[in-house]
Design a protein around this ligand. Structure first.
Ligand SMILES: Nc1ncnc2c1ncn2[C@@H]1O[C@H](COP(=O)(O)OP(=O)(O)OP(=O)(O)O)[C@@H](O)[C@H]1O
Ligand SMILES: [Mg+2]
Length: 156
């Protein structure tokens, strides 16, 4: 395998993506490479992203802005346990869109040479071998994809 110089770690804040981020950080240390931690936030399929929402005590905001701010808060909480050394290695990216398309696009445009992601995510149906986002990224990515199982969370 050639040198790994850029690692992409897509996370959906699930325990499995925590396990995959921790694996990504081990590779990062081994190869002295930076890790981009990516979350793709979505608005529900039947909701227009520019739909205005009024939350008590604030001005109206488009639903996409609320989803993006929420992803930012979840990302901060998700990364709170990282050591200062790990923090120094990571860069955070939040993108709105379809998770598969966005992960593939970020991976190719950013010139990443390894994607490290969980086998399962938030829905975590453990009877399935692998979640649909992970499966499609494995099938379509131009670079190698490492999928990581969450040992604690799976029955087998
Ligand atoms: N919106 C997302 N943004 C970034 N990474 C994601 C996102 N969704 C999933 N992932 C990545 O893909 C991994 C597998 O999640 P996936 O969505 O494939 O499984 P699932 O949620 O169990 O099943 P499904 O979504 O197919 O019902 C996660 O651990 C995470 O690394
Ligand atoms: Mg999922």
């Amino acid at each position: 395998m050639h040198r790994i110089s850029r690692i992409l770690a897509p996370v959906d804040f699930s325990p499995c993506s925590r396990a995959s981020l921790s694996q990504a950080l081990k590779f990062a240390e081994r190869f002295n490479a930076p890790v981009q931690v990516l979350n793709v936030w979505e608005v529900p399929h039947n909701v227009r992203p520019d739909l205005m929402v009024w939350i008590e005590g604030s001005d109206g905001q488009p639903v996409s802005q609320i989803a993006s701010a929420d992803a930012g808060r979840q990302m901060n909480a998700f990364l709170a346990d990282l050591s200062p050394e790990e923090r120094a290695r990571i860069e955070v990216k939040l993108e709105g869109g379809d998770p598969v398309d966005t992960i593939l696009q970020v991976a190719s445009e950013g010139g990443f040479d390894l994607i490290v992601m969980g086998t399962h995510g938030r829905r975590g149906l453990t009877h399935l071998l692998i979640g649909s986002v992970a499966e499609k990224v494995v099938r379509q990515a131009a670079c190698p994809v490492l999928t990581v199982r969450n040992r604690e969370g799976t029955a087998t």
